[in-house]
Design a protein around this ligand. Structure first.
Ligand SMILES: Nc1nc2c(ncn2[C@@H]2O[C@H](COP(=O)(O)OP(=O)(O)OP(=O)(O)O)[C@@H](O)[C@H]2O)c(=O)[nH]1
Ligand SMILES: [Mg+2]
Length: 203
């Protein structure tokens, strides 16, 4: 898929105020600093459509972007920035969980995880939560430029092993780097395919 236009639509912290249009929507979620906003910029060929920062906690609101005038990309704040105390559950801010449970337009979530790290409980917990709530998701491994191919393979395998303890299948996944433009076409083609399937089923 070619991205012809990418426009910022609105930011807010209330799912009820998100765009009313029924355009298909794709949301990017993951821990703070994992590279959600950078990935959106890579996918849309824009350096600063979504605001990025080296400091965690840059994105604080639900941000809608209109792509090719016919679907929405959503940049979300990271979870897990607040220091994790007794329960990690409470760091999934309420408006994030509300967004996922109420937003009918959402086709699929992309859960971003930094390819360099061991599987983190908070990410696994969030995927579990999505599963329990019937929300489809794919995994996007980020920052692949930071590891050698062999290490990438090993880290994916470690993830696979942990996920297969609770999931029947490994969720769909993508390996990406926003700084080296890796994985861009894979993610865009996947979105394109889902958009087309939805058109077929609504015709
Ligand atoms: N090397 C490398 N650095 C990256 C990549 N993607 C993002 N970064 C860096 O990681 C930092 C965080 O990127 P953001 O895109 O702001 O992360 P975010 O997930 O949107 O963060 P919050 O909005 O704070 O939750 C920035 O310093 C980016 O330059 C990547 O693919 N490779
Ligand atoms: Mg961000």
């Amino acid at each position: 898929m070619q991205i012809k236009t990418a426009e910022f639509v609105m930011s807010n912290s209330d799912v009820a105020k998100c765009p009313k249009s029924m355009l298909p929507e794709y949301a990017f979620i993951g821990r703070s600093n994992v590279g959600k906003s950078s990935l959106i910029n890579m996918l849309t060929n824009r350096k600063s459509l979504a605001k990025t920062s080296g400091k965690p906690g840059k994105t604080q609101l639900i941000n809608h972007f209109l792509i090719n005038k016919n679907w929405h990309l959503v940049d979300l704040p990271g979870y897990g920035y607040a220091r994790v105390s007794k329960s990690t559950k409470k760091v999934f801010q309420k408006f994030i969980t509300e967004y996922f449970s109420k937003r009918e337009q959402l086709v699929t979530a992309f859960v971003l995880v930094d390819i360099r790290h061991e599987p983190q409980p908070i990410d696994l917990e969030f995927m579990q939560w999505l599963g329990e709530n019937g929300i489809p998701f794919s995994i996007i491994f980020t920052k692949a430029d930071k590891l050698k191919p062999k290490a990438i393979e090993n880290h994916i395998e470690a993830y696979q092993n942990i996920l297969l303890e609770t999931w029947e299948d490994m969720p769909n996944y993508f390996v990406t780097s926003s700084s080296k433009e890796i994985g861009k076409d894979d993610v865009l083609n996947y979105i394109d395919e889902l958009n087309e399937n939805m058109q077929l089923s609504s015709n």
